[in-house]
Design a protein around this ligand. Structure first.
Ligand SMILES: Nc1ncnc2c1ncn2[C@@H]1O[C@H](COP(=O)(O)OP(=O)(O)O)[C@@H](O)[C@H]1O
Ligand SMILES: [Mg+2]
Length: 231
């Protein structure tokens, strides 16, 4: 289970997150919502280790991983699908997937068959260069690459951004399937509200670096979330 407590994040002298709390449990999709520039990416980068928080706690399975580097967090099962995907354009699909091996447990450094059940298009494209894929295919590849590491915490930063509706639907279906397995906590950053509201078990809304609202799907209504995000 992920528990973020009182997290403060700054870039130099400029603080962008203030005392942020977040929770994500196995078998759940926890959504981080909020307009552009409120600090969503900064929050998930601090969880994944791409940027070290100034203070606060990032508990993962009871251990505070706030100061660990990204590679050691990845080995603990933390996978991050960055905003903008970060696919290597000149590497093949296969090679992009194999980049996940470094963080995979020993004996599991292969591409699990399940990846191609989730994303059949990737199997047909294994020899193609990442840069030749459509945006939607690259997003699927980025998620697949994260899954190759066998994560127990999967963080996705705006996976629907700039992607055609049919692939957004596919990605939603994959996230539902992963949730059903009950062995993974999923943190979903989204600006596409209907997508998040359709999937989320838990929501938190950020505004100017602070949590404005958080709770489970039973505790807060989608209208309340919608009002906060769209005002
Ligand atoms: N690397 C960085 N250096 C300095 N400021 C940054 C950096 N990344 C983001 N910021 C600033 O931090 C704030 C939050 O940005 P970000 O976390 O990307 O928000 P969001 O993902 O919600 O759009 C913004 O004001 C942004 O300009
Ligand atoms: Mg962002």
């Amino acid at each position: 289970m992920l528990q973020v407590r009182d997290l403060n994040v700054s870039y130099g002298a400029s603080q962008v997150l203030y005392e942020v709390d977040l929770q994500a449990d196995l078998g759940e999709i926890s959504c981080v919502l909020g307009r552009n520039g409120v600090g969503k990416t900064s929050l998930v980068r601090a969880i994944a280790g791409r940027h070290i928080a100034t203070s606060g706690k990032v508990f993962w399975d009871g251990e505070d991983i706030r100061d660990r580097d990204p590679a050691s967090r990845a080995k603990l099962g933390v996978a991050y699908v960055p905003q903008g995907r970060e696919i290597f354009a000149r590497l093949t699909v296969q090679e992009n997937l194999e980049l996940g091996f470094a963080a995979a447990p020993m004996g599991q450094r292969f591409i699990p068959k399940e990846i191609f059940e989730l994303f059949p298009v990737l199997e047909q494209m294994l020899g193609r260069r990442g840069g030749d894929l459509s945006g939607g295919q690259q997003q699927q590849l980025a998620i697949a690459r994260a899954l190759v590491t066998r994560p127990r915490l999967l963080i996705l930063d705006e996976p629907t951004e700039g992607i055609q509706p049919s692939i957004i639907k596919d990605i939603g279906r994959v996230l539902s399937l992963l949730r059903e397995r009950n062995d993974m906590a999923i943190v979903l950053v989204e600006q596409y509200l209907d997508f998040a509201l359709g999937l989320g078990d838990r929501f938190c809304v950020l505004d100017r670096g602070q949590i404005k609202l958080s709770g489970t799907v039973d505790e807060i209504s989608s209208e309340t979330v919608r009002d906060l995000v769209t005002v």
